[in-house]
Write a protein that binds this ligand. Structure first.
Ligand SMILES: *[C@@H]1O[C@H](CO)[C@@H](O)[C@H](O)[C@H]1NC(C)=O
Ligand SMILES: *[C@@H]1O[C@H](CO)[C@@H](O)[C@H](O)[C@H]1NC(C)=O
Ligand SMILES: *[C@@H]1O[C@H](CO)[C@@H](O)[C@H](O)[C@H]1NC(C)=O
Ligand SMILES: *[C@@H]1O[C@H](CO)[C@@H](O)[C@H](O)[C@H]1NC(C)=O
Ligand SMILES: *[C@@H]1O[C@H](CO)[C@@H](O)[C@H](O)[C@H]1NC(C)=O
Length: 409
C-alpha cells in the first residue's frame, strides 16, 4: 500500500473535478500540404495542478501505461518505450494535444458518456492502458492511423479509466499526414472507430449524434441575399430610410440562428458551418490564408473565463479556453497560443533532434506578453518624457484604476 502524500491527495481531488470541453476541426487545404488541424482545450484550474506544459518527448522515452492508486503489482510495472518522438501539451499527466515525428496527431477531449473496457493489466496478450496515458502511448508507438486501427481491432490495446469519475472520461480525434482521420470512442465497453468525414469533434453526446445533428441546421446558407421579395410588405414612411419589411439591411443574416453558446453540440455545428460557408464564399489561396481561416474558426469557439458558469452536477466550476493549437501534420508545423497570450508560438518539429526531453511552462502567460507597442513608428511629441504605459504601475492608495497608466521610465 502507498500512503497518499498531500500532493497526490490534491491531485486526486483535482482529477475528480476534471472536465475538458474542447473543440477540434480540420481544414482541407487542397494544397500539397494537406490538412490543417485546429484544437482548443477548455478546463478550469484546480489547486494549481492543471498548469499546462509544452513538451518535447524523445524517442525511446519510457511511458507508464496504467497507474492505479492502489499500485497493483502488474499495474505499476506496466510500462512501454515507443520508438517515436513527439511534441504536445501536457497537464495533470495527460497529453491533451500532440503530434509525433511521423505526423500522427491526437486531440483528447471529454466524453462523459464513455464506458471503457474490462481489462486484466497482467495479460500477456495486450497492453492495458489508462486513458490518461493513452495519447502518449499512441504518439510514441504509431506512425499512422491504419496501424493504430489495426492494433485496436486486434485487441492489442485494452483501455480503462482508473479514475471512476465520468467527468474524467475522454475520446480522441486522431489523424495522420496522409489525411486519414478518425474519432476513437469507447461506448458500452467497446472501442468504436469512426471515420471523421466531417472533420469536427467536440464532447457529449457521442460523435455520431453530433454528425446527425448537423441536419438540424440545414436552413443555414452561404447566400447572403436571404430575404424573399415575396414576403415584403409596404411600411410607408414609418421607418426612416426604408419603405418595406423585411429587407436585407446589413450582412450576416444567412448565418441567422447559428448557435452561439459554448455547449458541445453548438460548438460542433458552429465550427462545421463556419468552415464550410467561409470557404465556399472566400476560398483561401495559400497556406497563410488557410491558417488565417483556421485561426478565425478557433476565435469563434473561444470561451472566456466565467462564461460557462458553475455546473454542480458535473462538478464543473467554469471552463475557459486555456490554450489552442494549430498543426500541419505533413510539414511538422506545430503552434500554440494561450488564454491570454494570443501570439502563436511556432515549432518546426522537422528540426527537432528527438533525443532530449524539453519542457516549457505555458501557463501564466499574460496578455502583456502579446502586446506590440508601435508608438515608436508614429510621430510623437518630443517634449513628453518617454513612458512605459504597458507596464503595471505601483498602486497609489485609494486609486483602483491605474493599470496601464503612465509611468515615468
Ligand atoms: C484498492 O484497494 C482497496 C483495499 O484492498 C479496495 O477496497 C479498493 O476497491 C481498491 N481500489 C481499486 C480502484 O482497485
Ligand atoms: C502513479 O501516478 C502518480 C501521479 O502521477 C505518480 O506520482 C506515481 O509515481 C505513479 N506510480 C507509479 C507506480 O507509476
Ligand atoms: C477532406 O477531403 C477528404 C478527401 O477528399 C474528404 O473525404 C473529407 O470529407 C474532407 N474533409 C473536410 C473536413 O473537408
Ligand atoms: C437578391 O434578391 C433579390 C430578390 O429577392 C433580387 O432582386 C436580387 O437580384 C438578388 N441579388 C443578388 C446579388 O443575388
Ligand atoms: C507554471 O506556471 C504557473 C503560472 O505562472 C505557475 O503557477 C507554476 O508554478 C509553474 N510551474 C512550474 C513547474 O514552475
Amino acid at each position: 500500500m502507498v500512503y497518499l502524500t498531500s500532493l497526490t491527495f490534491w491531485l486526486a481531488l483535482a482529477l475528480l473535478n476534471r472536465s475538458l470541453a474542447c473543440s477540434y476541426f480540420e481544414v482541407n487545404t487542397s494544397l500539397p500540404e494537406g490538412k490543417i488541424m485546429g484544437h482548443t482545450m477548455e478546463f478550469d484550474r484546480y489547486y494549481n495542478v492543471f498548469d499546462s506544459y509544452f513538451k518535447v518527448i524523445p524517442r525511446g522515452y519510457p511511458h507508464r501505461l496504467y497507474n492505479d492508486t492502489n499500485d497493483t503489482a502488474c499495474g505499476s510495472q506496466t510500462s512501454s518505450q515507443g520508438s517515436l518522438g513527439y511534441v504536445g501539451i501536457e497537464f495533470a499527466d495527460l497529453f491533451g494535444d500532440g503530434m509525433n515525428e511521423e505526423g500522427l496527431i491526437i486531440a483528447s477531449q471529454s466524453l462523459y458518456r464513455s464506458q471503457y473496457q474490462k481489462c486484466n493489466p497482467c495479460s500477456k496478450h495486450y497492453k492495458t492502458i489508462n486513458i490518461m496515458q493513452l495519447p502518449a502511448y499512441i504518439l510514441s508507438h504509431f506512425k499512422n492511423v491504419p496501424d493504430l486501427k489495426w492494433a485496436i481491432r486486434h485487441h492489442k490495446i485494452c483501455v480503462v479509466n482508473t479514475d471512476k469519475e465520468k467527468t474524467s472520461n475522454l475520446h480522441w480525434a486522431i489523424a495522420d499526414k496522409k489525411g486519414n482521420s478518425i474519432v476513437l470512442e469507447y461506448i458500452d465497453g467497446e472501442p468504436q472507430i469512426h471515420e471523421n468525414y466531417v472533420g469536427v469533434m467536440t464532447n457529449d453526446p457521442p460523435y455520431l449524434w453530433q454528425v446527425d445533428n448537423l441536419n438540424t441546421f440545414a436552413w443555414l446558407t452561404a447566400d447572403a441575399n436571404v430575404t424573399s421579395q415575396d414576403l415584403r410588405l409596404d411600411t410607408g414612411n414609418q421607418l426612416p430610410g426604408t419603405d418595406a419589411v423585411p429587407k436585407n439591411w446589413g450582412h450576416g443574416f444567412n448565418m441567422g440562428g447559428l448557435p452561439a453558446d459554448a455547449s458541445p453540440p453548438s460548438r460542433f455545428v458552429r465550427m462545421f458551418y463556419t468552415r464550410q460557408v467561409s470557404q465556399l464564399n472566400s476560398k483561401p489561396q495559400d497556406m497563410p490564408e488557410f491558417m488565417a481561416l483556421v485561426q478565425g474558426i478557433l476565435n469563434t469557439i473561444y470561451i472566456p473565463k466565467g462564461f460557462t458558469g458553475v455546473d454542480p452536477s458535473q462538478q464543473v466550476q467554469s471552463d475557459h479556453t486555456a490554450w489552442a493549437t494549430m498543426r500541419v501534420p505533413s510539414t511538422g508545423f506545430y503552434a500554440f497560443r494561450t488564454y491570454a497570450n494570443m501570439q502563436w508560438h511556432v515549432i518546426n518539429t522537422k528540426l527537432l533532434g528527438w533525443n532530449q526531453a524539453a519542457t516549457l511552462n505555458v501557463s501564466g502567460s499574460s496578455i502583456l506578453d502579446s502586446f506590440k507597442d508601435i508608438t515608436g513608428d508614429l510621430p510623437q511629441n518630443q517634449k513628453t518624457a518617454r513612458t512605459n504605459f504597458l507596464a503595471p504601475v505601483q498602486r497609489h492608495e485609494g486609486d483602483d484604476s491605474v493599470f496601464l497608466q503612465h509611468e515615468e521610465m
